[in-house]
Every structure is written in structure tokens, then in C-alpha cells.
Design a protein around this ligand. Structure first.
Ligand code: ATP
Ligand code: MG
Length: 505
């Protein structure tokens, strides 16, 4: 390809709204252009990279026994009602109506469509297992589209779905795709890590997120030398080492703390460290129900764990009015003493806290020397916090390390969630109708491109892994007008091209 003929416009200046390096470089290198918030055009230079990632994925998926198909992007509401997700998906689902007022959405993912197809086409256990996949534009009305194609509203995904007759088969299929994903990201030249992700009711290690290691990643990961790695949201923590203390329980004491609402302010005033505090947060969940959640002052509550315990999809911190109603005091002075035990749950970290400090449920007052068991009894004590520096691995007890990552892929053993909802059954060898056991597996192809740049760049620009570089060689003739130089450069160009290199002159 001749640069002079190529549709390539590069930019010297740094685009204003591009806040991470991959976004800046993709725009400057003429790979992408923005059409609207979270909606991007891939230009020839960018598309070359996208296609290379796509081809690697396709080759590896085929090797793993996958079969490519192509499903519609415009999906009828009825199918989404069958799974219950028309209501559940919320505002991320792009909804629209046709001329007859029939409702549709633009597919953000395709479990419903594929399950519908397979329930109509596959009858017998003899036709199983099947791994079906596609490449397609997905649509999600993200709350905060950002970082260019990394979190876009229209993006290119490879999504795969597997169908098995029994658990054992499904686990084998999962392992196959899991290995295939490792191969894909290795071939793309990325530094990555597969981390355990939330499995909900399924249990076992049947959900993994593939993270490209990068400081700008949106995800926090904890990992251990023993091989354990998890998304910070999902990292399990044990009871931990109870801090050994010889401190005797002292009588409770109320102290005046005028206008001091935060752990920091009260800590400074009382000259006590954060870890002496019982952070008492009030959450609203379900139908206006309230619960007080306790965690040690230097830790943060993990809302994913809280939601799982409460069995709800959403929790929010209660507003001032609700707090007042619940504790009798304004915001900033809540504590467990004097509340109903049933309304309190606690993280393991407060269990061994001798002579703790918390709000007194009274304006401008805190309570000193609070002791669990004696002064309050939470209805449940469990793992409810985020990991922090110094925490140890649940598997082996060694210290956890912290890093950041970009989620480029996700594998999930779905079980019978969609096959049951959509009544997708097959006839098993014992002559009985059974629901398919499913798995789903996604890769954000356009996100992989951005993640590769996030990992490979310096002050001069992008450093491509060769497997996904837009071109292999660039011939730069210094004085192309000189007929001898022109002749030699053109020869180098054509020789290299003939030898199978992708060359830009
Ligand atoms: P995230 O937590 O980043 O929102 P997700 O859990 O919603 O991701 P999945 O539904 O598992 O993502 O989608 C599969 C893959 O698609 C993700 O691993 C990611 O690589 C990619 N992806 C998801 N959302 C976007 C987006 N808005 N823009 C670009 N790629 C995305
Ligand atoms: Mg998402």
C-alpha cells in the first residue's frame, strides 16, 4: 500500500476529550473517529488491526470446535420477555419501535436469540455438544461511555454459546473455551490474567474474566503467588488473623463530637486510629428496607457482597431522612448501640474490635469502648468488605498483591438459566426431555485493540505486538524523486510484499 494513496489522516495535536493513552493514540494514528458519544468509526488503519484480532479469535474458536453463525442485531421484545430481561436489563438496553408500534431492542448480548434458535433446531442428545459463535456489533446504552472504543455504546464483540446434555459435558466444554481464550490472548501478544469472577448460585470456578494488565484498567484485581486471582469485587476474604490484644473491655462512654461526622475528623479529635472505628453505614434495599452494615474504619464495604447476602440486585446508601428515621440522629452519628440486632449485619473485621468507636445515634455524639457481644449483636457476621493492603489469600494464606486490569473477555457457565426460562429442551438418551446446559463466552474485540495499545506504547506512539500490527514493514525512501532511489525502494516494497509481508511505502 502506498501511503500517498492510503485513507489515513494522522493528527499531531492531542484530542481534548481523550483521557487515556490508547484513546489518544487511536485518534492520532487515524484508526478511529468519533461520530457521537460512545459511537466510533473504524478507519482502514484501525480496521486492519480489528480484523487481525478477529481472525485470531476465529481460528482459535474453530480449533476448539466452535461453529460460526450470524444472528440479527434487531431483536423482538417478546423473546426478551420470555427470559424476563426486557424489564431486568434496565436503561442499558437500547429500545425502539417499528412502524406498527411493535417493540424491539438492539442486541447487547444474544443468549435469548441463540437459545430460541437451538430450541427450534436441536432435538436430541446425539446432536450435542454444540459451540456456536458470532462476531457482531453490540449495543449498550452505557451510563458513562468513555475511553474511546474501550467503553463504547456500539462495539464489536465475539460472543459464543455452548449447549451440552449434562453437567460433566458442560464443564468439559467450559474448560475447552477457557483454554481457547488463553491461546487467543497469548497470540494477540497481550500480558493478561484469567481471574475468578462471581458465579452467583452456580458455585465452583465457572466464571472467569480475562484481564489485560494495565494501570489504566477500570478493574482492580487481587492475585496471589499460588495462582489465585480475582476481581476485587469478588475476592473472598476469610476471617483473617484476629489481632491479638491484651486490651480489657472498658465501660462504654459517650463523648461530644460537635459537627464531626467522618472517621477522620473524630479520629483526629479523639487521637484514635481509623482501625479503632466501627464504620456504620445504612443501606436501603428491596422495598424501602433498611439495614446497618458495620465494617472496620479503615476498610470499605463491598456492595457486591452485600447484594449477594441480601439477595437483591441493588442497594443504595440511605438518604438523610431515612437515616434519621432509622437511628434518630442526623447523618454522621450512626452506630450499632441501641439499635435492633436484627437490623445490623457486620463484616468479620469488627468482630474482634475491642473498645471500638462509633456514632451514638445522637446529634454531635460518639460512643467509645463499644464491644461486640456486650453492646451490640449483629444478626450476621460475614465477609462484606473490599480487600486491602495486607490481606491474605483465601486459598493459601499468603499476602495478596493488587493490580489493575482491563476486562477483555468473560467466560461463564450459565447452567439452565436460559434454557429453563425459554423451555429449550432436548430428548436425552433415557428418553426424557431435559433443558440444555449452557455456557456463554464473550470477547470485546474492539476493546482488545485498545487494551493492546494501553499495554504497548511509549512517547513515540504505539508499539504493536506483531500479530496484530496494521502493517509489518514501512519503507521510507528519503528522496523518492530520485529515479535510482525510487527504483530500489519500489523493488524492496514489491519483494517484501511478494514474500508475504504487509508493507506500507
Ligand atoms: P463491563 O463490566 O466492562 O461492563 P460486561 O460484564 O458488561 O463488561 P460482558 O457482557 O461480559 O461485559 O461482555 C463481554 C465483553 O465485551 C467484555 O469482556 C468486554 O471485553 C466487552 N465489552 C463489554 N461492554 C463493552 C463496551 N461498552 N464497550 C466495549 N467493549 C465492551
Ligand atoms: Mg457492562
Amino acid at each position: 500500500m502506498r501511503l500517498s494513496e492510503y485513507f489515513l489522516t494522522t493528527l499531531k495535536e492531542v484530542p481534548k476529550d481523550a483521557d487515556i493513552v490508547s484513546h489518544r493514540l487511536m485518534i492520532r494514528a487515524g484508526m478511529i473517529r468519533k461520530l457521537a458519544s460512545g459511537i466510533y468509526e473504524f478507519l482502514p488503519f484501525g480496521l486492519r488491526v480489528l480484523r487481525k484480532v478477529e481472525n485470531i479469535i476465529r481460528e482459535e474458536m474453530d480449533k476448539a470446535g466452535g461453529q460460526e453463525l450470524y444472528l440479527p442485531a434487531l431483536l423482538p421484545k417478546e423473546l426478551w420477555e420470555e427470559s424476563g430481561r426486557w424489564d431486568l436489563y434496565g436503561q442499558e438496553l437500547m429500545r425502539l419501535k417499528d412502524r406498527n408500534n411493535r417493540e424491539f431492542c438492539l442486541g447487547p448480548t444474544h443468549e435469548e436469540v441463540i437459545t430460541d434458535l437451538v430450541r427450534k433446531e436441536v432435538r436430541s442428545y446425539r446432536e450435542l455438544p454444540k459451540i456456536l459463535y458470532q462476531f457482531q456489533m453490540k449495543f449498550r446504552d452505557e451510563i458513562r461511555p468513555r475511553f474511546g472504543v474501550m467503553r463504547a455504546r456500539e462495539f464489536f464483540m465475539k460472543d459464543a454459546y455452548s449447549f451440552d446434555a449434562d453437567e460433566k459435558g458442560a464443564e468439559k466444554t467450559y474448560q475447552k473455551v477457557f483454554n481457547c481464550y488463553n491461546e487467543i490472548f497469548k497470540r494477540c501478544g497481550l500480558k493478561f490474567r484469567a481471574v475468578e469472577a462471581e458465579t452467583g448460585a452456580i458455585g465452583g470456578s465457572f466464571s472467569h474474566e480475562f484481564m489485560v494488565v494495565a494501570d489504566t484498567g477500570e478493574e482492580s484485581i487481587v492475585s496471589c503467588e499460588c495462582g489465585y486471582a480475582a476481581n476485587i469485587e469478588k475476592a473472598e476474604l476469610g476471617k483473617g488473623e484476629r489481632e491479638k490484644t491484651t486490651e480489657k473491655e472498658k465501660p462504654m462512654e459517650e463523648v461530644e463530637t460537635p459537627d464531626m461526622k467522618t472517621v477522620e475528623e473524630v479520629g483526629r479529635f479523639l487521637r484514635e486510629p481509623e482501625k479503632k472505628f466501627i464504620k456504620s453505614l445504612i443501606y436501603e434495599y428491596g422495598e424501602s428496607r433498611l439495614v446497618m452494615v458495620l465494617v472496620r474504619g479503615d476498610y470499605g464495604i463491598n456492595e457486591a457482597k452485600l447484594k449477594k447476602y441480601l439477595g437483591v440486585n441493588e442497594v443504595v446508601l440511605a438518604g438523610e431522612d431515612k437515616i434519621k428515621e432509622f437511628t434518630g440522629a442526623p447523618l454522621g452519628f450512626a452506630g450499632p448501640v441501641g439499635l435492633k440486632d436484627a437490623d445490623i449485619i457486620a463484616d468479620y473485621s469488627v468482630e474482634g474490635l475491642v473498645n471500638g468507636i462509633s456514632g451514638a445515634n445522637k446529634k454531635d455524639c460518639h460512643m467509645k469502648n463499644i464491644n461486640p457481644g456486650r453492646d451490640y449483636k449483629p444478626a450476621a457476621v460475614l465477609d462484606l468488605r473490599n480487600p486491602a493492603e495486607g490481606d491474605v489469600c483465601i486459598k493459601c494464606g499468603r499476602k495478596l498483591s493488587f493490580s489493575r486490569g482491563i476486562e477483555v473477555g468473560h467466560t461463564f457457565k450459565l447452567g439452565t438459566k436460559y434454557s429453563k426460562a425459554l423451555k429449550a429442551d432436548f430428548l436425552d438418551s433415557d428418553g426424557k426431555e431435559k433443558p440444555f446446559i449452557m455456557g456463554c463466552y464473550g470477547i470485546g474485540v474492539s476493546r482488545v485493540v485498545a487494551a493492546a495499545i494501553e499495554q504497548g506504547n511509549d512517547e513515540k506512539g504505539i508499539i504493536w505486538p506483531v500479530a496484530i500490527a496494521p502493517f509489518h514493514v514501512m519503507v521510507v525512501p528519503v528522496k523518492y524523486d530520485d529515479s535510482r532511489i525510487r527504483e530500489v525502494s519500489d523493488k524492496i516494497y514489491s519483494d517484501l510484499s511478494e514474500a508475504g509481508y504487509e508493507v506500507l511505502i
